[in-house]
Design a protein around this ligand. Structure first.
Ligand SMILES: [Zn+2]
Length: 376
């Protein structure tokens, strides 16, 4: 689909888009922003739009090679960082950023750092970062993101220009996804349910046969879960993990194209180390996302059981499997459904805290099975 301009990607955040595009047009872009808004409100989309607007010769056309590289997450001068520590940013990550900001950009005139979950700076990592945040080199823009302004350390927040994002109503997200992906409403709604309401993530899901297959497997596992024995559950957890990893082949093929492009641009002898390091980090984060998506599908299926049990069928996310959950919904109590949902949340937390994914998924399936067998 042709894109006229990257700011059109934010139809539900016109105020933010107007504010940022005016900053670019009047050469008044701040060196540090704090984007505040709920999950799925378009913070990453806005950060990428800002990068396109700053890098692209046409002010952010969305379709030239530069814009496409930014939008697909492959531009060498756009760095996305997430906490690598169990609960916080680790000091080494901050040192790496501080070192990196002083290196020259590779292709663009500027470098952009997109720093996720700004609430996960603790005192030591915040202190290490303050000076850079306050006075980065002229060609650097740092964009921090958070769901909650109050959760961010004041020393960090006070050094940034704050930009607030409104929550996007589900119906608007759905319409946006239908328009962008060409999927029908039911597919769009199911993809959003799996992707935690985040439109670009849902759009990627719809375009990835591997991720769609992982979703189907997760739903099929839940359907059969009540009658599985212990061995079946261990096997199911293994299959789910394998399914979460399968779409990595799609990422690897993009990576090998990227390496080839790098070599043809800069010559066969040029160093590909930093590119390969980034690709390695990206594979790790995509793998984590795959697991998170399987847990997201599980949560959305359980939520569907809950809403159907309460007679609110119109709120079902996974409409394509709605028939299969009627039986569960007929007997499950809200309390039991919430217990099962919290088992999924626990699995998500465990994986964040580096518990083996196999163990985390197994424990989740056993806990949910217990609820499904005795849904009161
Ligand atoms: Zn462009």
């Amino acid at each position: 689909m042709s894109r006229l301009c990257v700011w059109d990607e934010l139809p539900a955040q016109t105020r933010v888009a107007g504010y940022l595009s005016r900053a670019v047009a009047s050469d008044a872009v701040s060196h540090a922003y704090l984007f505040v808004g709920p999950t799925g409100s378009g913070k990453i989309t806005a950060a990428k739009a800002l990068a396109c607007a700053l890098f692209c010769d046409d002010g952010g056309c969305g379709s030239c090679p530069t814009c496409r590289r930014v939008l697909s997450g492959f531009h060498p001068d756009v760095h996305e960082v997430h906490p690598e520590g169990a609960a916080t940013y680790v000091i080494q990550q901050i040192r790496d950023i501080i070192h990196d900001v002083h290196l020259k950009p590779v292709q663009a005139r500027r470098k952009i750092y997109i720093v996720g979950e700004a609430e996960r700076f603790d005192a030591p990592s915040a202190n290490a970062f303050l000076k850079t945040l306050e006075e980065p080199p002229d060609n650097v823009v740092i964009i921090l993101m958070t769901r909650s302004y109050d959760a961010v350390m004041p020393t960090i927040a006070s050094r940034c220009q704050v930009v607030r994002f409104r929550p996007i109503p589900p119906s608007v997200a759905e319409a946006l996804l239908v328009q962008r992906s060409g999927a029908d409403t039911a597919q769009a709604r199911a993809a959003l349910a799996a992707a935690g309401g985040v439109v670009p993530r849902a759009e990627d899901l719809l375009g990835s046969p591997g991720r769609l297959a992982a979703r189907d497997l997760a739903l099929d596992t839940l359907k059969r879960l009540a009658v599985m024995d212990g061995y079946d559950i261990l096997e199911a957890a293994r299959e789910l993990l394998a399914a979460a990893k399968a779409p990595l082949d799609e990422v690897k093929s993009v990576h090998s194209d990227e390496l080839e492009e790098h070599r043809s641009l800069l010559g066969k002898q040029s160093s590909t180390k930093s590119l390969e390091d980034r690709q390695k980090r990206e594979l790790t984060s995509r793998e984590r996302e795959g697991l998170s998506e399987i847990i997201g599908v599980t949560e959305s299926w359980l939520r569907d059981c809950l809403v159907v049990s309460q007679g609110a069928d119109a709120l079902v996310g996974n409409t394509d499997v709605a028939d299969a959950l009627v039986e569960v919904a007929a007997v499950i109590t809200p309390r039991a459904a919430l217990t099962a949902i919290s088992a999924a949340e626990t699995a998500r937390k465990r994986i964040t805290y580096n518990v083996s994914p196999q163990l985390a998924i197994e424990a989740m399936l056993f806990d949910i099975q217990e609820v499904l067998r005795c849904p009161r």
